[in-house]
Design a protein around this ligand. Structure first.
Ligand code: SF4
Length: 340
């Protein structure tokens, strides 16, 4: 655009380090440059359309995304740590049995801007200390936009975040996971949910494509001994994946990998036969894994009094919108002469 080189640094400072709403506010750019920027670009900030606040302080934000879709982000304050859980897609292709987003099906990939907007447009954005890509969608299925967002988040010219404060989750799309591991320093969380192939295929149909063994052999090529962490997400279901047989197999397959397991309580969703395990069995499972030498933690359940399970809020909004559309459609087909 014919601007001097140093203008790039000025612009990225305004975009990523300051709290502005309009290009007009970039006061160290000349008026002419601000005008020509405004002719071609906007900041792209889109405010959430809804927020639910839990009694524990968790906030769930709903954004419009794609043509007809919605995405959710969850802000989870906890002592000195304030985590934002980000979405990477509108809906999801992966069809996991326990997931409301999976039930929506896939609608669209989020752009890099839409991913970052979830951070930049919430009132608490400057208080966020940790980011997790664990909201709607499979981040590795939208690799390009996710990698670009990570670059902007961690670059000195961008938000300058420490990559160790960012965790990206995957259900184990091996080639994309390999690319992520080779080109970023952020932590990785792999959704495992069972050490047995057959059970995993039932819970997560995509695992027919990439087996547990393939995922683990890729992970074993990388160094998780220093600052970088790999963890395994494990939703504990009653009578399905919470037995001592599972503990033994987990210890066997994870042997030689420096990792930890995060046990997650199941947040019930409509229309699934799955049930979360009870607290006693959860503790027993955790202790048995710890006894095998695997660092195991239980993730605190947050936002239970709002739509805690990821995808519930957006599904409700989608249904409401469909209902409105069908009502409008029905109204339109009422013949004029019958309206009296
Ligand atoms: S759990 Fe993740 S990968 Fe599976 S359907 Fe839900 S959003 Fe997609």
């Amino acid at each position: 655009m014919g601007m001097p080189r140093f203008a790039a640094k000025q612009i990225t400072d305004w975009l990523y380090k300051k709290d502005i709403q309009h290009i007009d506010e970039m006061s160290n750019l000349s008026k002419k440059n601000r005008e020509s920027l405004s002719e071609q670009y906007t900041l792209g900030l889109t405010a959430p359309i809804q927020v639910q606040t839990s009694s524990d302080g968790t906030k769930k934000y709903l954004f419009k995304a794609g043509i007809h879709g919605f995405i959710e982000s969850a802000y989870i304050p906890e002592n000195k740590r304030n985590t934002l859980c980000l979405s990477s897609q509108v809906g999801c292709k992966m069809g996991c049995l326990f997931c409301m987003t999976g039930k929506q099906g896939f609608q669209a990939n989020l752009s890099t801007g839409e991913i970052l907007n979830q951070i930049r447009s919430i009132p608490e954005w400057q208080q966020i200390t940790n980011l997790v890509y664990m909201g709607m969608g499979e981040p590795m299925d939208n690799l390009e936009a996710v990698m670009q967002s990570l670059e902007i988040l961690t670059a000195d010219w961008g938000f300058a975040w420490n990559p160790r404060k960012i965790t990206v989750s995957t259900i184990g799309l091996v080639p994309a996971m390999k690319h992520f591991l080779e080109n970023s320093e952020c932590h990785l969380a792999v959704s495992l949910h069972t050490p047995f192939e057959k059970e995993r295929r039932m819970l997560m149909p995509i695992s027919q494509k990439y087996t547990i063994q393939e995922i683990l052999s890729e992970l074993k090529q990388h160094d998780f001994n220093r600052q970088r962490r790999v963890s395994f997400e494990y939703i504990v279901f009653n009578g399905l994946n919470d037995t001592m047989k599972h503990v033994k197999e987990l210890a066997r397959i994870l042997n030689g990998l420096n990792c930890r397991i995060n046990l997650i309580r199941f947040h019930p969703i409509p229309g699934t036969p799955l049930k979360g395990t009870d607290e006693k069995s959860l503790m027993r499972f955790k202790e048995a894994l710890n006894a095998k030498g695997i660092i195991t933690t239980i993730r605190a359940s947050r936002g239970q009094d709002i739509d805690a399970a990821c995808g519930l809020l957006s599904t409700r909004e989608l249904r409401a919108e469909k209902q409105i559309k069908s009502t409008v459609k029905n109204l339109n087909i009422v013949p004029n002469d019958s309206k009296s």
